[in-house]
Design a binder for this molecule. Structure first.
Ligand code: NDP
Length: 496
């Protein structure tokens, strides 16, 4: 079979993807069952060997060609992203641009990060030449969410491919067309070989990918609840997992903060993409002394936003999410929170207008659970210690933002989370050299950066004996004199 004769993954049932703004059907996709998923993975195993065999330099060249193809096909991809998520075209463009930049970084840095390097053998093993190399897993199963259907899975796909793996992507059932369009652009640079394949369907398709023989690792991005299910499934076969889950990211506003910048960041971080951003701002802790002025600025900005086609942000991509937002708003208000922008009436599915609520009790759902909608909680705190305490109180720990002129990095160092933006918001996600990921219920493992490349490779250590020691210690021929001599060396080296 030649590379271009790869048969499509067989499937009988189909499902439709919809435009969440209108409910219009925008695509029909196969529901791939376990047999189809296993067939895709089996093909990927062969393709992975070919891709790995190309070596770093040739992969870098081909990934650069993919980057160029993505730039040229921006309009087509942006159209599919906007159609399936409902987000404004410029938001889709931003998502794609960031993904392209990450692809470029991963391709250019893979050899430096993963290539073979010498390691000092140490005094006791001075007769050895030690080296370390990073080998690909083979096939990586990538399970992605719908909120950033290109940027999020590309954080795994680009880095996994650069590390020499083949990838089987299972996009969210809400954004299958984006996954297919992405893989189509890649097919050209590998002459149609199944190095990046897409399987579509519902949760069962994702579960089948976790179980499929030949999958070396699963990179999952999605909710914490599904992440736990994915881990449980992967435990059956001891398949390693990378788990990128939700967040409840705080933004801290210090007394000396640039309040205009902080308010702009809070509103953009909380409302852009209709609040459907894993590392979006959901809670603000503002110091008492500047709370009134800051809140007034937030209110003015949020009141200027409009949800809807042609608005600053689009619909709730997943229809059920609107009810989660409504529940959080109602709960916050019932417990004494005060709405300063919008309220429960702002939830008009599929759209949700901006909601800002102040003085929300810390045990309400709007503070403890991921809302994933355009709801911003703004709570005043007496001092920084209290801001940090509350920021760290939740079960999530994905990202955070800090606005402070004098103490930004100091505060960042006290936060329990994977990433912090100082005087900015979500800035870390756009810097390809920085690892992205969380702690606690936000998951573990990292995409992006050097850690993100290593996430898709396993270290292999090699120790080559250069010459025999005159006094062997790892042999039955060793004598007690040999061990005495060794202990003498250790006393001199480590005993003082
Ligand atoms: P879900 O957890 O609902 O789904 C994520 C993916 O898992 C989907 O492709 C889904 O398929 C699939 N899936 C569902 N059930 C299973 C299963 N049993 N086994 C394997 N795969 C399964 O998340 P959403 O799509 O709703 O995404 C939103 C969530 O993602 C939010 O919590 C958000 O915070 C988080 N997120 C985290 C990011 C991070 O990097 N930390 C980045 C972006 C989002 P299907 O859709 O067909 O059900």
């Amino acid at each position: 079979m030649t590379a271009t004769d790869v048969p499509p993954v067989p499937a009988t049932a189909t499902f439709e993807s919809l435009d969440p703004r209108t409910g219009d059907v925008v695509g029909t996709h196969p529901v791939h069952d376990a047999v189809a998923v296993e067939a895709a993975v089996a093909r990927a195993v062969g393709a992975a060997q070919w891709w790995d065999g190309l070596g770093h330099a040739e992969r870098r060249r081909r990934l650069a060609a993919w980057r160029v193809a993505l730039v040229h096909k921006t309009d087509d991809l942006v159209h599919v992203i906007a159609e399936e998520t409902g987000k404004p075209l410029d938001d889709a463009r931003l998502e794609l641009v960031l993904a392209i930049d990450h692809l470029d970084w991963a391709a250019k840095h893979a050899e430096k990060v993963l290539g073979t390097r010498k390691v000092a053998p140490g005094l006791l093993m001075g007769n050895q030449a030690a080296s370390l190399t990073y080998r690909p897993f083979g096939v990586i199963g990538v399970i992605g969410p719908w909120n950033y259907p290109v940027f999020t899975p590309m954080g795994s796909i680009a880095y996994a491919l650069a590390a020499g793996n083949a990838v089987v992507l299972k996009p969210s059932e809400l954004t299958p067309g984006v996954g297919v369009a992405l893989a189509d652009t890649f097919a050209e640079i590998v002459d149609g070989r199944p190095v990046l394949q897409v399987v579509t369907g519902f949760g069962e398709t994702g579960a089948a990918l976790c179980r499929a023989p030949g999958v070396g690792k699963i990179a999952f991005t999605g909710s914490t609840a599904t992440g736990k299910r994915v881990m449980a499934t992967c435990a059956e076969t001891l398949t390693p997992v990378l788990v990128e889950c939700g967040g409840k990211d705080p933004l801290i506003v210090d007394v000396d903060a640039d309040l205009d910048a902080a308010a702009d960041a809070a509103v953009w971080g909380g409302m852009s993409n209709a609040g459907q951003t894993c590392a979006g701002v959901e809670r603000v802790y503002v110091l008492e002394a500047v709370a009134e002025e800051f809140t007034a600025k937030v209110v003015a900005l949020a009141r200027g936003l409009r949800a809807g086609t042609g608005g600053e942000y689009g619909p709730m991509t997943m229809p059920a999410q609107a009810e989660v937002v409504r529940r959080h708003v109602e709960d916050a208000l019932a417990r004494g929170g005060r709405a300063v922008v919008g309220g429960a009436e702002s939830v008009q599915p599929p759209f949700v207008e901006p909601v800002v609520i102040v003085d929300v009790p810390e045990d309400s759902a709007a503070v403890t659970e991921e809302t994933f909608g355009p709801l911003l909680v703004v709570n005043r705190v007496p001092d920084l210690d209290e801001a940090v305490r509350r920021a760290n109180a939740g079960r999530y720990g994905l990202g955070a933002s800090v606005f402070s002129r004098a103490r930004g990095e100091e505060i960042a160092g006290r936060l329990r989370c994977g990433m912090v933006s100082v005087n900015g918001v979500i800035s870390f996600a756009g810097i390809p050299g920085l690892p992205f990921g969380g702690v606690g219920d936000s998951g573990f493992g990292r995409i992006h950066g050097e850690d993100g490349l290593r996430e898709f490779a396993r270290p292999q250590a090699v120790a080559r004996q250069r010459f025999r020691l005159p006094v062997p210690v790892t042999s039955f021929s060793r004598t007690s004199r040999t061990m005495k001599a060794l202990l003498g060396v250790v006393r001199v080296r480590h005993g003082r």
